[in-house]
Design a protein. Structure first.
Length: 133
């Protein structure tokens, strides 16, 4: 099992409100909103496929930095330097720490970026097809 990972989100609520901001809640805790790019990044990480090489854990897998960059460019309709991914991920990590004391995002030099979220734990998520699969 994932006993090594004490900090795991089992339930992530994603609510897009008509007035613009996207609201999130981890494990039925207090809701918070994120700026559009951060919201987009978090949703994209939450919709990752199950980890291929780790049959023993039931979390969503890594998104490569290349994948993330392509997704961000597609949604923004412009190009970014690869470094932009790392900057945005750092900002997301820092922002999430204000709302949740757990460390919920892992970064790995080769594999990329991963949200510690149970597979199937994201609710209210736009369909994967809308997320630029």
């Amino acid at each position: 099992g994932n006993s090594g990972l004490g900090q795991v989100v089992r339930n992530l609520l994603i609510e897009e409100r008509p007035d613009g901001p996207v609201w999130f809640a981890f494990d039925q805790r207090k809701e918070f909103k994120l700026a559009p790019r951060l919201a987009d990044l978090l949703s994209f990480l939450a919709s990752a496929e199950p980890a291929k090489d780790r049959k023993e854990d039931d979390l969503v897998g890594f998104r490569t930095r290349k994948e993330i960059l392509a997704h961000l460019e597609k949604t923004a309709g412009k190009t970014f330097r690869p470094q932009y991914v790392n900057n945005l991920v750092s900002l997301l990590k820092k922002t999430l720490r204000k709302h949740d004391e757990r460390i919920l995002i892992l970064t790995h030099r080769q594999k990329g970026v991963r949200l510690l979220l149970t597979q199937g734990g994201a609710h209210g998520l736009r369909k994967a097809s809308d997320l630029g699969r």
